[in-house]
Design a protein around this ligand. Structure first.
Ligand code: NAP
Length: 292
């Protein structure tokens, strides 16, 4: 069995859809917190098991008969995240899973100013300390995150952002397809994966230029201080902890942490990854569309 956690999340749903292209549905198990949500989002031919990393005492039942467990990282930061990830890894080890896969990040490194990347590095370390074979999937930065961060500015015609650096934005759907390809050929990537990224890295100024070209409007890029950006972001109702985490994206990008491109993603999915120009074009053509 291949067990996918976070199966009702955006990535997890797309991994399951992509995995269906490789394997019969009866080899796939969805691990979810909310079975009603699973019924709404997954086909009725996929076995659904309840699994909440907050209740590790039940996870050995969730993960039974696992040849591979894909642990999709949770939407939390700091110790709250690493404790949950480590609990899920311990349970996968306890049931004798053949391989543990974990959705890490291209910028994973200890003490990164982007705190999620410090957390990912800790979990990669924890995986490496065990004897169970593992694959840490170093996902590129979601292109959808770029839209979430600056999509409204692109629509309004002005990006007011702190000093940044190039980021190899990557479509979530491409990452899901790559994860499925790796799961379908167990062991194809052992240990820490190469960065699974789009083919080009873009600065915020590049995004403003691309969006200008695609929309035919002048979209300005203005660099503001970190403090000004934090204050404006908090004023929009973003909780301080998340505003600071988002600022960490700029701090890490500024020093080049996300300025890497690699052909592995394209090789895994057998086609060029979705480009940022196309992603921006689609976004700008859907005025009511929501960026996630
Ligand atoms: N590569 C990147 O640039 C990037 C960007 C943003 C996020 N991420 C990471 O990638 C992950 C997946 O992305 P996504 O877009 O699919 O996010 P998402 O839609 O928020 O999915 C997160 C999943 O984690 C599950 N989850 C949360 N807490 C859990 C717990 N205690 N036990 C078990 N499952 C739990 C959620 O369950 P429910 O469905 O029940 O809520 C959900 O299915 C995110 O959670 C985040 O860690 C990566």
């Amino acid at each position: 069995m291949i067990i996918i956690t976070g199966a009702t999340g955006q990535l997890g749903q797309q991994v399951i859809a992509a995995l269906r292209q490789h394997l019969p549905a009866d080899q796939i198990v969805a691990s979810v917190r909310d079975t009603a949500k699973a019924t709404r989002h997954l086909g009725d031919d996929i076995q659904v098991r309840t699994g909440d990393f907050d209740h590790p005492e039940n996870l050995e039942t969730t993960f039974r008969d696992a040849a591979q467990v894909l642990i999709v990282s949770v939407d939390k930061v700091g110790k709250a995240a690493t404790d949950l990830h480590h609990a899920a890894i311990r349970a996968a080890r306890a049931v004798g899973a053949g391989r543990i896969l974990y959705t890490s990040h291209q910028g994973a490194r200890l003490h990164s100013p982007f705190t999620a990347d410090h957390d990912h590095a800790l979990t990669e370390q924890f995986l490496a300390e065990g004897t169970t074979p593992f694959t840490a999937l170093r996902h590129g930065f979601y292109a959808e995150s770029a839209l979430h961060m600056v999509g409204s500015g692109l629509r309004k015609g002005e990006l007011r952002v702190p000093e940044d650096g190039p980021i190899s934005w990557t479509a979530r759907a491409d990452l899901a397809a790559a994860d499925a390809a790796i799961l379908a050929q167990a062991g194809r990537i052992d240990g820490i994966s190469p960065p699974l990224t789009g083919t080009k890295a873009y600065t915020m100024a590049d995004l403003a230029r691309l969006a200008s070209e695609e929309s035919g409007r002048d979209i300005r890029h203005v660099t503001v201080t970190d403090e000004e950006w934090l204050a404006a972001t908090e004023a929009r109702g973003v909780p301080t902890v998340y505003a600071r985490m988002l600022l960490g994206t700029f701090l890490a990008a500024r020093r080049g942490d996300f300025n890497v491109v690699d052909p592995s993603l394209a090789n895994l999915i057998g086609r060029p990854p979705l480009g940022m120009r196309k992603i921006l074009r689609d976004f700008l053509r859907e005025p009511q569309g929501e960026a996630h």
